[in-house]
Ligand binder design. Sequence first.
Ligand code: SF4
Length: 420
Amino acid sequence: MCNKTEKILNFYKGIDRGNYGPDARCKPFWHRENFNHFLRGEDFLVKPVTVEYWPSLLCNSRCPLCPYRRNGARTEADLAEYGTSDLKRFFPDTSKTRQIASECKKMGVLSVLITGGGEPFFNPDIDKIARMFVENGISIGIYSNGTVAAREQSIRAVSDLNPRFVRLSVNVGSSMEHRREYNVPSGWDILCQNSRFWAQVLPENIPLSFSWVFTGDEPPDTYKGAGKFLLDLHHDTNRNVSGHFRPKYIYYNRDGSVYYPASVNFDSIVKNVNEFVRPMIQNEPGIDVQINTYAINISRIEPRPQASFATGWATSLTHCGDGYITSELNGSTWPNTCWGRIGCGVSFEDLWFGKERYRLWRLYSQEARLPVYHKLTGLSNVLKALRELCPEPFSVEETDDFWNKFNSEGFKRPPNWDFI
Ligand code: SF4
């Protein structure tokens, strides 16, 4: 076994001991073509495994720290007048989505995360949109704020498509806090109703989770409310559910520049989940609670903007098919963020390997432009560590040596390996 192969495989074997993101650390090895390009130092040739896609730029909420409000993507949509035909331009039309889904398939995209932008279920055609990706053999995952009323039919139809997971944002512990955070009339009640409906219709083998993204300043009652939310839902529906707690990083200032906090410390999230949430659910095997400790621990490093090694492994598309370099920048009105628009006779592949994406890929991999923690931080740090271990590109023979050894060592593919 060549020395480089040994180094990389030893890194993989010991990766659970390193301080790397749980979601990203084992995944790159399972995308052979991409990993080959990485080993050979041809990072620009990596193709996106996952695409984040917006079925709606409209949202029923106006969360003050929403990255898409801060980066300017939502400015027009937030001013749109409800009840007018004007709204339609903030939803993708069917032919556009069909084209995007087919282009994703041609690019070899394995998964699409349906998210916002705005709130996906605000679009009454959400199930048709989700179906187009599934019909192209692409796995889907769903993120939603759960507060759009009268969407039972859409929820059932999306559920019938067997998404790989469904996650609803909660972020609060009570009806009063929900009103303050989301400002959606009856939002808490609708969230509770929709959560129960998802729990009833979503097949038991598909994870249904709820997320709490916290600043660390929340009082104990918020954590107790989160625990109660999970308990009530589990008792009412007899369904397994999970709760995910992670830190609320502020990405950008109001003017869109990268937010530069003097310090951030999210340690109280771990303490409070352990003190107030876990005891409530300790006798409930059907409720799982997880804390994203990686995202919390990384806040202890100096919170400076970061460069990213990983911008090719996932990408983000708006409802119009505009492609952006990371999900936090999706739809941004700033320069140096968009690599082009799919459609208008231009394919995903041509744009992906085109001049503009190359320019942006170089810019973001060399210059520190992204917040300390963003969607690709975990993966980027793993790739960076590997590159530091083996700075010289692998030859073809060395790459073959790596895969021969990798295949014979019996590594197990992690769950959701196809979502980056
Ligand atoms: S619910 Fe999500 S998309 Fe809507 S304003 Fe809040 S953060 Fe933004």
